[in-house]
Structure formats: structure tokens, C-alpha cells
Design a protein around this ligand. Structure first.
Ligand code: 5GP
Ligand code: ZN
Length: 109
């Protein structure tokens, strides 16, 4: 998607702090971290929001990679939070589906 910030990050047109990449997802550090560890996991396929995604396999794949990245790359054995903001009312600012992984401290709820 030409005007999508996260598609440009996947393509390498905008620099990012990559922590993981495979054929399906790209994961990188959030530029304004809300916790000691704050990583965004995005599918390489452009999907604007979770509500726009009617592909259970893609959603399942994304959650599987979140789990693996949190445990095996970020070493968040103590635990972590996964957040997906959906549309403006949910706080979504970038309209390319992404899961936030937050951890590295005890998170209040
Ligand atoms: P949203 O509010 O859409 O769920 O989350 C978007 C996130 O992307 C925000 O936490 C914001 O800090 C992050 N972000 C926005 N622009 C950039 C950028 O250019 N690089 C990186 N690494 N993160 C970004
Ligand atoms: Zn995109």
C-alpha cells in the first residue's frame, strides 16, 4: 500500500529498530515506547484494521508470531501484554494491522 507508513517500514524505505522478521511478519521497536519493552508486530500483508480482516488464518498467524517473539526473541518470561487498537475510537493511529507487545515491568490495568 503506497502511502502506508508500516508498508514503508517493511520495505526498508523508513528505518526501524527491527527485532524479528520472517516471510509473514515484521517486528520492530515502537518509536514512543509505553513500557521498557514495546514492540510492534505487523503482518507483511497490508490489512488496515483488525475489523477489516476476515482471514482467521492471518489473525491466528499473527498471534502465533506474537507469542513466539515475546518468548523467544524478547525473553519476556515474566509476562507481557498484547494490545490491538482498532479504528480511531480504539486509539488506532496507523492503519496497518499491528499488535503491540508491552513488557519489562509490572503493568497496571
Ligand atoms: P496505534 O496507536 O495505531 O495502535 O499504534 C501505532 C504505534 O506506532 C504508536 O505506538 C507509535 O508510537 C508507533 N509509530 C508511529 N510511527 C512510527 C515510526 O515511524 N516508527 C516506529 N518504530 N513506530 C512508530
Ligand atoms: Zn500497510
Amino acid at each position: 500500500m503506497p502511502d502506508c507508513l508500516f508498508c514503508k517500514i517493511i520495505a526498508g524505505d523508513i528505518p526501524s529498530g527491527k527485532v524479528y522478521e520472517d516471510e509473514d511478519v515484521y517486528a520492530f521497536k515502537d518509536i514512543h515506547p509505553k513500557a521498557p519493552t514495546h514492540v510492534l508486530v505487523i503482518p507483511k500483508q497490508h490489512v488496515a484494521t483488525l475489523s477489516d480482516c476476515d482471514d482467521p488464518a492471518l489473525i491466528g498467524m499473527l498471534m502465533d508470531r506474537v507469542r513466539k517473539i515475546a518468548d523467544e526473541v524478547l525473553n519476556l518470561a515474566a509476562g507481557y501484554r498484547v494490545v490491538i487498537n482498532v479504528r480511531e475510537g480504539g486509539g488506532q493511529e496507523v492503519f496497518h494491522l499491528h499488535a503491540h507487545i508491552l513488557g519489562g515491568k509490572k503493568l497496571p490495568f
